[in-house]
Ligand binder design. Sequence first.
Ligand SMILES: O=C(O)c1[nH]c(=O)[nH]c(=O)c1I
Length: 311
Amino acid sequence: TNLTASIAGFHFQDLLLNAAGVHCETTEELEALRKATGTGALITKSATPKPRPGNSGLRYQDLPLGSINSMGLPNQGLSYYLDYANHYHDQQKPLFLSIAGLTQADNLAMLADIQASEFTGLVELNLSCPNVPGKPQTGYDFEATRQILTKAFTFFTKPLGVKLPPYFDLAHFDQIAAILNAFPLAYVNSINSVGNGLMIDSKTDTVMIAPKGGFGGLGGAMVKATALANVHGLRQRLNPTIKVIGTGGVQSGRDVYDLILAGADLVAVGTSLHQEGPAVFQRLRSELIAEMDRKNYTEVDQFRNRLQTLN
Ligand SMILES: O=C(O)c1[nH]c(=O)[nH]c(=O)c1I
């Protein structure tokens, strides 16, 4: 069974990787992902120019149907991840470096640092962090999105993708795709968590997490329908040269299969990785292969983006 894919000339022998932010803040966590069976790549926690402690108090909670988080962008700072990248020599698994500046200037400065560095992997510009108090998600501001990409591509020549928030209106799929199609992007990664959900602990009649009065990003099973819609809606609208990483709601091999049917080239795993650890990738990979066997598929190309409508 052939589970390969390629983005911007990088070849992936497996199509699973972690969602940025999950199990990827430290070198130890990243090395565990690199060594895990079933991963074809790995991505670092979104970086800011300087280290950040992130939000205080309980900031992640598992839920019956997924998870809620308001981490607040805790990370070791860009130079830590560039240093990991400079010592990264695994030819089998390409490295993605995620950045999430709090301002356009920070994002451009980090892109300039990466451009000037020896980094030879792919860069993911996170436009969708929902958990920094007072900071709106850039991905919901179409003009700001266009502006940062315009400025970035005046100097950045390495493979660049964007991490998008979920959209909930077909007109917004049209608008964001029209913007993204104007740029030589390697890929889009969709979706980030469904921002600013709120859940209640029935034992204490309180919210589930401390930051921002309990409002946080939703992940896991409860966001699968939104992830499928965004992956498929974007796949239908984006230039074929812009690949798609599907993220959101993956708990089983069938969920991986569904994101591929919807158009994904690679599939990222967040909540299930947080809950099961890196062993989740081997389980998802074998379940995906079993699903493919049931359909007599030996290649992902036989069903990628082949979701059928009813009419
Ligand atoms: O709170 C976070 O650190 C966080 N949490 C998310 O669910 N998505 C993001 O992009 C980020 I940067």
